[in-house]
Design a protein around this ligand. Structure first.
Ligand code: CA
Length: 222
């Protein structure tokens, strides 16, 4: 059974999420204050954490940093009432897998949870050499890429960029994350190299394959 930890101080929201998730067949637990989140994650085997950023005792971003710093590798989805884009970027860079802004539709939350659980499974259990996201197939061994059944040629950086997006399907990747993972060293912060290479990929795949998340980064739709 899949268990989800809900770190949320607002009782009304926590119980709304808990009721909904239980109805969907998940097991749940609630951490209503920030200090209990880290011990609960390490003492129990949760499959996913929903983390409210606005926790009274300690900022959710600090909790996130502690968790990742201590090696917690479960998927984490940030829940936030803050629509400040900087918080979202900080969250993603701090190791969150996704975020959802309050108020949200419950169906959207469930869809994001399922997406994270699925992609976590494929990355952790198979470690196989062929990645597939919708209509894109990428073979790490032969370095061949197929889109909608036709083979496409990708130079090294474009291949690595696509590989990076494919290992995080449906997840928003910031420009900084992509720069770091694909180019591996510091470009000047104003560099538009990521945008340029996304443009190359869109030309070879399709313009809809990669979604621009305004002010944040990119998300692979496949
Ligand atoms: Ca809160």
């Amino acid at each position: 059974m899949t268990s989800i930890l809900i770190a949320e101080d607002e009782p009304r929201i926590a119980s709304f999420i808990e009721k909904g998730l239980k109805a969907k067949g998940f097991t749940t637990a609630i951490a209503s204050d920030a200090t209990s989140v880290v011990p609960m994650v390490f003492n129990d085997s949760f499959d996913l954490l929903l983390l409210d950023l606005g926790l009274p005792e300690k900022d959710g971003l600090v909790v996130l940093e502690e968790l990742r710093g201590q090696g917690a590798d479960l998927p984490i989805i940030i829940l936030t009432a803050r629509d400040d884009i900087n918080d979202k970027i900080a969250g993603l860079e701090g190791g969150a897998d996704d975020y959802i802004t309050k108020p949200f539709r419950f169906e959207e939350l469930v869809a994001r949870i399922n997406l994270r659980l699925r992609s976590n499974q494929t990355t952790s259990t198979t470690k196989n050499t062929v990645l597939q996201v919708c209509q894109i197939v990428l073979d790490l061994r032969t370095r061949k890429v197929e889109y909608q059944g036709r083979q496409i040629e990708l130079p090294a950086k474009e291949f690595t960029l696509l590989e990076t997006l494919m290992t995080h399907p449906g997840q928003v990747m910031t420009r900084e994350q992509l720069l770091d993972r694909v180019w591996g060293y510091d470009y000047s912060p104003g560099s538009n190299i990521v945008d340029v290479y996304i443009g190359y990929l869109r030309k070879k795949l399709s313009s809809e394959a990669i979604e621009t998340v305004r002010g944040v980064g990119y998300r692979l739709q496949g």
